[in-house]
Design a protein around this ligand. Structure first.
Ligand code: NAP
Length: 277
């Protein structure tokens, strides 16, 4: 596994992590889906993707319980990130939401706690004050945001008195490259990690047809990789970017774990950038 620095901290995280939206029952316990999700996450951890991303919103908290079960009995170091929902951005609500997430996760501390989406109805300064309190109390080690624009990242950072935001989690893949216009260069310049969500376009890449996908398949065939591996590797060719594909299928997990073991050449990188422009 390759690692990239987490923001401007002195620690690094795996470049390929494990997304959990839709891992296990979508809206609550579902024993067969939960079991499959737990096995997929455990396999991912065994294959060195020791970075799990979840959220209180996923399955109304159930995804965090599935993560807890996947972590049960393990003694290896796993970087665990969760997110607080915008409706909990008032000061006391942030603190309470974090405690509920920790309880569901079976942890005393999260590695990264992220604001899931901006919420213009609650002053960001109030929310960030609560996030700093969580760090001070040891409930999270780092603060991140998600789906924040450049302006919103700036405002969020200005609201923090002594911590730095380490990451912005945003959609990025061959089929959604909107962050390239502003968010990505800002993250690279300011030393924030860009956590790429939906790096397979929520399944659009595995299923895609048409001329761009023909180019992708050609590159994949020549390299002896799957199109999904090439698409994920393309995402990882960008500085400061790590990716969190979600895979409930163990075959997919195995494929994704191989993604960072090689590097797309610059000509193939450009060919794909052009095909999916
Ligand atoms: P994604 O990872 O782009 O795509 C997931 C889909 O791709 C699933 O259908 C999965 O199938 C399939 N897949 C995964 N690996 C594959 C492979 N090697 N070959 C073929 N198919 C493969 O979409 P996502 O779930 O939206 O995004 C990933 C994670 O990002 C989420 O789980 C969540 O943690 C996070 N996220 C965050 C936000 C946010 O607002 N912050 C929003 C969306 C997502 P199987 O499941 O059947 O393996």
């Amino acid at each position: 596994m390759q690692f990239r620095p987490l923001g401007r901290t002195d620690e690094s995280i795996p470049v390929v992590g494990l997304g959990t939206w839709g891992i296990g029952g979508e809206i609550g316990p579902d024993s067969s889906r939960d079991e499959a999700g737990i096995q997929a996450l455990r396999l991912g951890l065994d294959l060195e993707m020791k970075f799990i991303d979840t959220a209180e919103m996923y399955g109304a908290g159930h995804s965090e319980e599935v993560v807890a079960r996947a972590l049960q009995g393990r003694h290896d170091r796993v970087f665990v990130a969760s997110k607080v929902s915008p409706r909990h951005f008032a000061y006391d609500d942030v603190l309470a939401a974090a405690k509920r997430s920790l309880k569901r996760l079976g942890l005393k501390q999260m590695d990264l706690y992220q604001l899931h989406w901006p919420n213009s109805r609650i002053p960001i300064s109030e929310t960030m004050k609560a996030m700093e309190k969580l760090v001070k109390d040891g409930l999270t080690r780092h603060i991140g945001v998600s789906n924040f624009s450049v302006e919103q990242m700036k405002e969020a950072q200005q609201s923090l008195s002594h911590k730095k935001i380490v990451s912005n989690q945003v959609e990025f893949s061959l089929v959604d490259r909107s962050v390239e216009a502003g968010i990505m260069p800002y993250c690279q310049k300011e030393g924030l990690t860009l956590i790429a969500y939906s790096p397979l376009g929520q399944g659009k890449i595995p299923r895609g047809r048409g001329s761009s996908f023909k180019v992708l398949d050609k590159v994949a065939e020549r390299l002896g990789k799957s199109r999904n591996q090439v698409a994920l590797n393309w995402v990882l060719q960008h500085d400061s970017v790590v990716a969190i594909p979600k895979a409930a299928d163990t075959g997919h997990v195995r494929e994704n774990a191989e993604v960072a073991k090689w590097k797309l050449g610059s000509e193939d990188y450009q060919r794909l950038a052009k095909a999916f422009a």
